[in-house]
Structure formats: C-alpha cells, structure tokens
Design a protein around this ligand. Structure first.
Ligand SMILES: *Cc1c(COP(=O)(O)O)cnc(C)c1O
Length: 229
C-alpha cells in the first residue's frame, strides 16, 4: 500500500487539477472520510497535513475525537443524525453536514456550548428523492436555511448531497447540477454561504466540475473499507 502522505498528495493534486480545469477561484476542500478507520490511521493522515475529517456516527466518532484532541483537527458529521444524539454532536463536532429538519436545527442550537464558536451547518438535500432516505426536499431548503440563520449558535455554510450512485455518470452529473442550482439560489438569499459538499471517491472530479466546493473522500484515501458485518 502507498504511504498515506503520497496518497494524500496524489488526491490533493487531482482535486486541484479538477478545480483549475473548472476555472474555480479556489480549489475544492478535501474532507477525509474516516468512518471505520481507527485513531492511528487518522493520525497518520493528520501527520501528512490533512485537517478535516468526516464521520458518519456520533458514537463511533466520540473516542476518536477524544484520542486526537489537541491536534487542531476539524470534525464533520456527515451521517444521519438522530435528534437524541444532537446534544453530543453539538458538543464535539465543528460541522454538521446532515441537517435536514427543523427539530434538529432547534436541538443543535440549544446544545451548542457557549464556549465554542457557532456550529457550522450544511443542509442535506435529498436530490434523487426515490433512492436516498435522508435529506430535506429541495423546496424545503429556504425555510430550513432561514431557521438555521436565525440561530446565533449555528452558522449556515451551505448544502450537502449524496446523489444516488448511478453507474451512468451523466445521471450523477444531473444531480450535481441540480444541487448547484439550489446552491446559487440559496446564496442569493444568504450571501454568507460558501460550501457545496458533494462528490466522493468515485465521482469527485465531475462533482467539482459541476460546482462542489468540498468533496468527501474515504476509500480513495484510506483504501477500500471492509464489508460491514
Ligand atoms: C462513506 C461516505 C463518503 C465517502 O465515500 P467513499 O466512496 O469511500 O469516498 C462520503 N460521504 C458520505 C456521506 C459517506 O457516508
């Protein structure tokens, strides 16, 4: 297996090239998706310079965040969040990318500790509504965004999507393009937003071409995940 440092460098170069080819003013940000990886693997990537890590489950993330405290890492929750875990999530994460309902907005705002900066929030949009289970509908984005923006303990940063994994890349592009349209419309209402999170190991290049400012990459960085038992 390639050294983590080399894998990271290759991936950052690919992200950079795609951003440049799409004439983006800034390269897309790389979120390293560290679900199922242990704290040592994450530390290896952190030593190589990676700062932002994404986790799917609050319970799985807590011991890793604790073990790596003090290293200046930035933690993003990218998995579905149950309301009864909003308290823990609001205390330990820097970003929650999976906000998709008003109840969660209220719970995160209530539990974000005053000693921490406002929690960065992305609204997860269910852009291919037949296949994915979570995320708000596109026509719910405005009301949810206004609810986040009204909470001083939250900071609205943009949108996130997990389009259905169509084998046909043209169909994935349609979803990415639809997300870009939603993002631009939201930015007209909330000029402070800056993040459109979409694209994973298999499709981060087309995602960047269609407007992603953050890509979430797991297996292309850490190697294939073991099947869930
Ligand atoms: C697992 C996961 C990723 C990363 O997937 P890879 O194909 O391993 O790059 C990105 N986003 C979310 C929401 C995920 O659950």
């Amino acid at each position: 297996m390639k050294h983590a440092r080399q894998t990271l460098a290759d991936l950052l170069l690919a992200v950079d090239n795609a951003s440049r080819a799409a004439a983006r003013p800034l390269a897309a940000r790389l979120l390293a998706v560290s679900k199922t990886r242990d704290a040592d693997e994450i530390a290896g990537l952190a030593d190589a310079g990676q700062r932002a890590f994404g986790e799917n489950y609050v319970q799985e993330a807590l011991p890793k965040i604790e073990a790596l405290r003090g290293r200046g890492l930035e933690w993003h929750l990218i998995g579905h969040l149950q309301s009864n875990k909003a308290d823990a999530a609001a205390r330990v994460f820097d970003w929650v990318q999976s906000v998709d309902r008003p109840k969660l907005v209220a719970a995160l705002a209530k539990h974000r500790p005053d000693a921490l900066p406002p929690l960065n929030v992305l609204l997860q949009v269910n852009i291919d509504d037949e296949t994915s289970k979570h995320g708000c509908a596109p026509d719910e984005v405005d009301a949810l965004a206004d609810a986040v923006a009204a909470e001083p303990r939250l900071r609205l940063r943009g949108l996130m999507a997990i389009p259905a994994p169509f084998a046909d890349m043209a169909r994935r592009r349609e979803a990415f393009r639809a997300m870009r349209g939603l993002f631009d419309a939201l930015q007209a209402r909330h000029p402070g937003i800056d993040t459109l999170s979409m694209g994973m190991s298999e499709d981060f290049v087309p995602a960047i071409e269609e407007g992603a400012t953050m890509v979430r990459v797991g297996s292309a960085l850490f190697g294939a995940r073991a099947e869930k038992k």
